[in-house]
Design a protein around this ligand. Structure first.
Ligand code: AKG
Ligand code: FE2
Length: 277
């Protein structure tokens, strides 16, 4: 299983609905306000933009996004947008709750793989969370474009909150399956680093976003990973003579260099560059 939906996650319904609500209000702000947060630097703690990376993309996607670095929370929140006035409070409560759900799912995943994960869980607790708030405006010709091209996410797990408008699709057995929006649930997608750690036991999920002809769609994707300088490789418990190591070690800096070069956002190109065979 490489993608799942969590329903009974224990996060207050108001935290979840409040996040979607403040997201909509951010994208409703005049462009003059939103554009203050535009930056070509993929490492900036707050970044508003269009498409995937509007500096590099040859074909633009039908998407606006606000990317918020969430760790360490107290340090980064002051650089987040101060409009709408409640954005910082709502998004930081959401980021904290999201981190708790991620840690629980990750702990269960390591347990299921038979990996003794205590040091890794500590690294993840102190690691990286990046939140991308997406808005896909309604599109007059939805069949001609995509909200996001087929890609896999970089980190361990991504927790996606979608509003009630369909759009997210995951590749399964050669077909695109639409992930039905379940109010208040999180879609959990396996990322490249979990594929690497699990030595291929889990596969990062290829996914894309379709746009809607009648309604805009809002989603919030929270990407969880270890800190940028931490190196991730296959867990020793999962490598032996019968299961040789399939992936090179990697770190966030290498991925970000790829992202800045425009190579990412194209199927699973980054992960493939880390495969040994
Ligand atoms: O909008 C969605 O449902 C998913 C967004 C996504 O895949 C991403 O931000 O990486
Ligand atoms: Fe994604």
């Amino acid at each position: 299983m490489h993608a799942a939906q969590v329903v009974n996650h224990g996060v207050d319904g108001e935290v979840v609905s409040g996040m979607l609500d403040v997201a909509r209000r951010f994208f409703d702000l005049p462009f003059e306000v939103r554009k203050r947060y535009m930056s070509p630097d993929v490492r900036a703690p707050v970044r508003y933009g269009t498409s995937f990376n509007q500096v590099n993309d040859v074909v633009l996607c039908w998407r606006d996004f606000l990317k918020l670095v969430c760790m360490p929370l107290a340090t980064v929140v002051p650089s987040w947008p101060d409009a709408p006035v409640d954005l910082r409070g709502v998004a930081s409560a959401y980021a904290e709750a999201n981190q708790r759900v991620f840690m629980e799912v990750m702990e269960a995943t390591l347990h299921a793989m038979g990996v003794s994960g205590a040091p890794l869980l500590e690294d993840l607790a102190e690691g990286s969370q990046i939140m991308t708030v997406n808005c896909y405006p309604e599109c007059p010709q939805p069949e001609l474009t995509l909200g996001m091209p087929p890609h896999s996410d970089y980190g361990f797990l991504t927790l996606v909150l979608q509003d009630e408008v369909e759009g997210l699709q995951v590749m399964h057995a050669g077909d695109w399956l639409t992930v039905e929006p379940l109010p208040g649930s999180f879609v959990v997608n396996v990322g490249d680093q979990l594929e690497i750690l699990s030595n291929g036991l889990y596969r990062s999920v290829l996914h894309r976003v379709r746009v809607n002809g009648r309604r805009p769609r809002v989603s919030v994707a929270s990407f969880h990973s270890v800190a940028a300088e931490r190196v991730v490789g296959p867990a020793p418990e999962l490598v032996d003579e019968r299961n040789p190591r399939r992936y090179m070690d990697t770190d966030f800096a290498t991925f970000l260099a790829d992202l800045a070069s425009g190579a990412v956002g194209n199927h699973k190109s980054f992960l493939h560059s880390r495969m040994l065979f």
